[in-house]
Design a protein around this ligand. Structure first.
Ligand code: ATP
Ligand code: MG
Length: 472
């Protein structure tokens, strides 16, 4: 097989070949590495399957390097890994699998190469290349995976109902590969995903979310989300997202389909940023629309407060999807909450204080917020899109100007709660908060200058209104 390998890879494969020969076991490169080499995608890990003991082969290969790399092995699974700087190689004995109804963990027994290829999820993932002397470099492709790579098709090697029922995670993998590679899922394979969708319930949330993140990091994430929706999987794994779907009409007045709008927004964001969490923010920016949807007589559809409701939904969704409940979640929440703010600044006569306030609220995430807001423009009317984008350019220029003079992004008011407590002999409590907020608001509104002296004087004034006097 004529594929482009680096010298390091070829050097390694030769070593595996000689080690296998010495042990008297046949070995093959298999799976994702072969697929990606044929497609011409970057590869990071290589899987080796051998007709024998994978751990023994791994040790034999490692011993041919100087210094000898560490072999990490797992006796129960019969697998072993060697890390060679940028390349991770995994060794396993060829095996045959049989599944029970209630688990995606099979019974395994040693098998032939053919058995091992039969248990693979897709034809494009079942390709093997021989590392054996008699046919070194030959592609072993029992299911025409090569043809499917050329035709850009994802399909299972065996009857799809069997493949998906055995391990329902493969349904997520099918959609993930279709999205990453921009391939089509063969009709019979997709129909089977639709029929087996309920089986996804036996898969752990972590595995499902892993695939969702891979879909999210693809060049066009909408492909995957649309397939999840059309297959019925989305209804099971993420129903709030399905609630966005559909356009309702009353008295001839409709609203846009927020599901497809959202998908467009993710693709727009994906063109400008590889940040997984900014992409999640795009996915969730309108998630508060279904629960806030109202029809107002004579006016039409409204979604008042959807950014606030949406922001509150973010932790629940992150928790359910087992996404991290940390600063990444707070970043997504913040963007959902703020996603309408820049639009409100595109009107005329916007004061510096409104600009300062957004800079303060968005802080370090102002650029991410602006990417999201621009991506949110999905009108089909080119002139409208152009006008909106021009308005955003104006807002961006104002943001830059105000930041330049006031340095608000990383700003903290010059008077801390600590200073307030010391000055008036207070313990932590409501009064401290009231004074602190008043100082911050006065500075953001431009009522007082942004320096210690002005803030101190203002603090004394505000405290007096609460009947507080400085100590001494
Ligand atoms: P990537 O590494 O980009 O996620 P990959 O195809 O290499 O893609 P891995 O999870 O690394 O995926 O798995 C390596 C190979 O193991 C696959 O190419 C496939 O042949 C097989 N495989 C992995 N998971 C499954 C599964 N759930 N069912 C059947 N075969 C699988
Ligand atoms: Mg892999």
């Amino acid at each position: 097989m004529d594929i482009k390998c680096t010298d390091r890879e070829l050097f390694l494969f030769k070593k595996i070949a000689t080690a296998s020969q010495e042990l008297g076991v046949a070995s093959y490169l298999i799976g994702g590495f072969v697929r990606d080499k044929i497609i011409g995608r970057p590869t990071k890990d290589a899987d080796i399957v051998c007709l024998g003991d994978g751990i023994e082969l791994a040790h034999a290969v490692a011993n041919r390097f100087n210094p000898v790399p560490t072999v990490a092995f797992f006796k129960t699974f019969g697998t072993a890994q060697i890390k060679l700087s940028d390349l991770e190689v995994e060794f396993v004995g060829a095996r045959k699998e049989s599944y029970s109804r209630d688990s995606r963990k099979p019974e395994v027994a040693p098998g032939s190469l053919e058995d091992d290829q039969n248990r693979r999820d897709f034809t494009i993932n079942a390709l093997a290349i021989s590392l054996n002397r008699e046919n070194y470099g030959t592609l072993i492709d029992p299911f025409n995976g090569l043809g499917d790579i050329e035709a850009k098709i994802i399909q299972t090697p065996l009857a799809p109902d069997q493949t998906f029922s055995d391990d329902p995670l493969r349904m997520m993998r099918a959609i993930r590969f279709a999205t990453q590679l921009n391939f089509t899922i063969a009709e019979a394979t997709f129909t089977s995903i639709c029929n087996n969708a309920q089986r996804i319930k036996i898969v752990s949330q972590e595995r499902i979310t892993d695939e969702l993140n891979k879909i999210m990091l693809s060049p066009k994430p909408s492909l995957g989300w649309d397939l999840l929706y059309k297959s019925g999987l989305l209804q099971i794994i993420f129903p709030q997202m399905v609630d966005l779907q559909g356009a309702e009409y009353i008295d001839g007045m409709g609203h846009k389909d927020n599901f497809y709008h959202t998908l467009q927004v993710i693709d727009n964001v994906a063109e400008h940023s590889n940040d997984l969490w900014l992409r999640w923010a795009a996915l969730l920016h309108d998630i508060g629309k279904p629960p806030t949807k109202r029809f107002e007589e004579g006016h039409g559809w409204t979604f008042h407060g959807h950014e606030v409701v949406g922001g509150r939904m973010v932790p629940k969704i992150f928790s359910r999807l087992k996404l991290p409940m940390n600063e990444k979640m707070r970043f997504v929440q913040k963007l959902v909450e703020l996603h309408l703010r820049p639009i409100s600044l595109t009107k005329e006569n916007i004061t510096d204080s409104a600009i300062r306030r957004l800079l303060f609220d968005a802080g370090e995430d102002i650029e991410a917020l602006m990417i999201l807001c621009k991506a949110d423009i999905t009108s089909k009317n080119k002139y409208k899109v152009r006008r909106f984008l021009q308005n955003y350019e104006l807002v961006a220029a104002r943001l830059e100007q105000v930041e330049e003079s006031d340095r608000i992004r990383n700003w903290q008011p010059p008077i801390t709660g600590e200073i307030i407590m010391q000055t008036f002999g207070l313990t932590p409590g409501k009064q401290v908060g009231i004074i602190k907020d008043a100082i911050r608001e006065a500075i953001l509104d431009g009522v007082i200058a942004n320096n210690y002296e002005a803030a101190h004087a203002y603090m004394v004034e505000q405290a007096a209104a609460l009947n507080l006097k400085p100590l001494q």
